[in-house]
Write a protein that binds this ligand. Structure first.
Ligand code: SAM
Length: 244
């Protein structure tokens, strides 16, 4: 178990948290993070950046190892990253030294800032544990945004989890070789990733569940479409929501 060390400005209590991403943070950064990053940059440049003033405050929810946060920082945005994994955040802090990083659940962080934009990349919203948790996440994000601020996120469709979430990868990295297994559990209706040191579970939320949760939280859905080029082919959606 790790003790969270909140960044300045974090007003929540100090909690004991651990994440299955802690043990694979190095491997994640070397392999998967880089895979998605170009798609995130492209989507942000197209949908969010044109609406933002220089230095605008951007929340990177589930920021992981901070590839995107570091890029935002380089672009001159004021970046705040939230993630549950202390090990992922340690890398993110090195990547974006001017950023603020908070270790917290995506539904439970409490920050004094109001953001001009927010992002949540690489099916991180699918990491919400239930539709109820998802609704709490969206409410919390909305509560931290200014009116008119855009929230850009992607998610993976249920049919893509059912069809594509089945593989085994031998992955070298962070000093060892790991067998990582991806499988879809039809009984639990969950996508599972077994890392050997933990289990990462994702929820195949139907589009209607995500849209309802966003609207209930006070977002207007401005645009939704396929996230072209990003895996799984034809199974990833990109959503632009605006805080009403
Ligand atoms: C697939 S990774 C994506 C990381 C990053 N957004 C990227 O594009 O590389 C999912 C991230 O969500 C974080 N995460 C999972 N559940 C979370 C929760 N309940 N609250 C906050 N972060 C969470 C994980 O620690 C991990 O860094």
């Amino acid at each position: 178990m790790k003790s969270a060390s909140p960044s300045p400005g974090y007003t929540g209590c100090v909690v004991q948290v651990s994440s299955p991403y802690d043990a694979i943070a190095g491997v994640y950064d070397e392999h998967w993070g880089h895979e998605f990053f170009p798609h995130a940059m492209e989507a942000f440049d197209r949908h969010a950046a044109p609406l933002l003033a220089p230095g605008a405050a951007v929340l990177d929810l589930c920021c992981g190892s901070g590839l995107f946060a570091g890029w935002l920082d380089d672009q001159g945005f004021t970046v705040t990253g939230v993630d549950l994994s202390g090990a992922m955040l340690a890398t993110a802090r090195r990547r974006a030294p001017r950023g603020t990083f908070v270790q917290a659940d995506m539904a439970a962080f409490t920050l004094p800032a109001r953001f001009d934009a927010a992002v949540c990349w690489f099916n991180s919203l699918n990491h919400a544990m239930s539709p109820r948790h998802l609704r709490a996440v969206l409410l919390n994000v909305a509560g931290h945004m200014t009116r008119g601020a855009s929230f850009l996120f992607d998610y993976v469709l249920p049919r893509a989890y059912r069809r594509d979430w089945a593989s085994t990868a031998m992955v070298e990295g962070a000093g060892r070789r790991r067998r990582i297994q991806f499988r879809y559990d039809p009984a639990a209706r969950q996508a599972v990733c077994e890392t050997g040191e933990g289990v990462i579970v994702q929820q195949p939320f139907p589009p209607a569940t995500i849209r309802r949760a966003a609207v209930a939280a006070g977002f207007d859905l401005l645009w939704e479409g396929p996230m072209e080029g990003a895996e799984p082919a034809g199974g990833r959606r990109l959503v632009l929501a605006v805080r009403g």
